[in-house]
Design a protein around this ligand. Structure first.
Ligand code: BTN
Length: 257
């Protein structure tokens, strides 16, 4: 295991700092650190993950070339937890835009998408009083290293930029952006929901969502104060989607997203 403390950005995120060649999942090691009393700000990075996890119990392909990391947070304020995941998504979107021509959009709940291709994903997991923010960014992934169904929808920053990008530089930018967005979330979250809304790829689109086994169709109307997706159904009622998954965008997607 390589443990490195060099080039740690200012602020409390990034201490302690662990960068490992291969792990099952960085979220698992971060959870262990939380159980061992590790403080807020601990960061775990792996070059490759053998059991990377995505949302909805899906596997997350994690070959070499990506930035696979987990950050330990102890959110102690009253601001809605659902919105915390939105704050992380805004931080990741702002980060990738530092390295490629944007814009980086967010597809609910927190897929980061550039030019119609997903370049990053976020998985927040509770670990006692801690929240593990697991972030995967396709920095320098060759798409043929991905399963075909992933390669069909994924993008990688180096392909968009047209040149190699240092994962370490992306990580440093991410920790700086995350520190800002975490503070904005702790301050009440208005700035977070505004920033998220300005990147919302689904707003105004007809969509179908699966929630608790029930399919719901309607028009996406942005997120609420809890970070839930608001859907206006044909009856005119607005329903918040707190769990579930967008299963289909029924209209044409914005090609810039
Ligand atoms: C998604 O389904 O979009 C979320 C993907 C989250 C992947 C990251 S990679 C680092 C961290 N460790 C994991 O096992 N998953 C997250």
């Amino acid at each position: 295991m390589t443990v490195s403390a060099e080039s740690v950005p200012a602020g409390h995120l990034g201490r302690p700092f662990i960068w490992v060649g291969e792990l099952g999942s960085t979220n698992d090691l971060a959870r262990l650190l939380a159980g061992a009393g590790c403080p807020e700000g601990a960061v775990v990075v792996a070059d490759r993950q053998t059991r990377g996890r995505g949302r909805q119990g899906r596997a997350w392909a994690s070959p070499a070339g990506g930035l696979w990391c987990s950050i330990l947070l102890y959110p102690s304020v009253d601001s809605p937890r659902g919105l915390l995941s939105m704050a992380v998504a805004v931080a990741v979107a702002q980060t990738v835009e530092q390295f490629v021509p944007g814009p980086a959009g967010i597809r609910w709940p927190n897929d980061i998408v550039i030019a119609g291709r997903k370049v990053a994903g976020i998985l927040l997991e509770a670990a006692g009083a801690a929240v593990v923010a697991g972030i995967g960014i396709n920095v320098g992934i060759e798409l043929q290293a991905m399963p075909p169904e992933v390669a069909a929808i994924a993008g990688s920053l180096h392909l968009i930029a047209g040149h190699p990008i240092e994962r370490r530089a992306v990580l440093d930018a991410l920790l700086a952006r995350l520190a800002d967005c975490y503070s904005a979330w702790a301050a009440g979250g208005d700035a977070v929901s505004d920033a998220w809304g300005s990147r919302d790829l689904l707003r105004g689109k007809p969509i179908a969502v699966l929630q608790s086994g029930q399919g719901i169709e309607g028009v996406a109307e942005g997120i609420d104060r809890e970070g839930a997706l608001r859907i206006r159904t044909a009856s005119g009622a607005v329903r918040p989607m707190v769990a579930g998954d967008v299963i289909q965008v029924l209209g044409p997607e914005d090609p810039s997203g």
